[in-house]
Design a protein. Sequence first.
Length: 219
Amino acid sequence: MKRAYLLLLILLTLSACEQTSTSDNENNNVPVVGDNAENTRVSPVTKGNLSEDSSYFLAKDESGLTASDFETAYKMCTDALSEYYRAIWNGSDIELDTYIDNENLKQYTQKKITSQYDLFLKNNLTQNLVTGVDVDAAEVKYVGEGKNFFYLKLDAQVKKDVGSFAEPTEFLVQSANGKLVIVDWYTNAKDSYDFTVRGENQTINNPDIWNNIDVIANN
């Protein structure tokens, strides 16, 4: 009941944010509790029409992102995190097209997954499989007007056959062609792939970063 109340409060707060100026939105960091978001994927139907395709997370308004897309954005990022951890530890498949539209970010993420799995395999760590991933939202911010994106900082507790570990990941989410997509994704944990390759303590606030060829060249 407490968590349901908190989620309701968050949705009301985000809706209110949409009515404020950009500066108000940028300064409104909203903590949330993360395991009550509904599964907002559409029901499986015939593929071909984006609005009827269950493999995507659809925006409520095809013209762009709104504060009411929070639940869908949160669900998409938690699904992506869960599939990511199973991919790098268990060798499971992950369909990046479901979450990412930018080819540069997609290639980087695939490289990250392959590199991590190969490292764990080499060190005989892949026998200790991931059995579950619990995700809570430490921070959510909606930035409206010209930029129009969600910033989500998610804390993942990764459960394994033996033991568990936790690490934070930051996401930026936008709307593209009627669906929500991840436009940046950074895990700020010591010795993580992002921490090593992109650098430590990055500021994740630029939804256009993967359009920059210099960033790609450095990764």
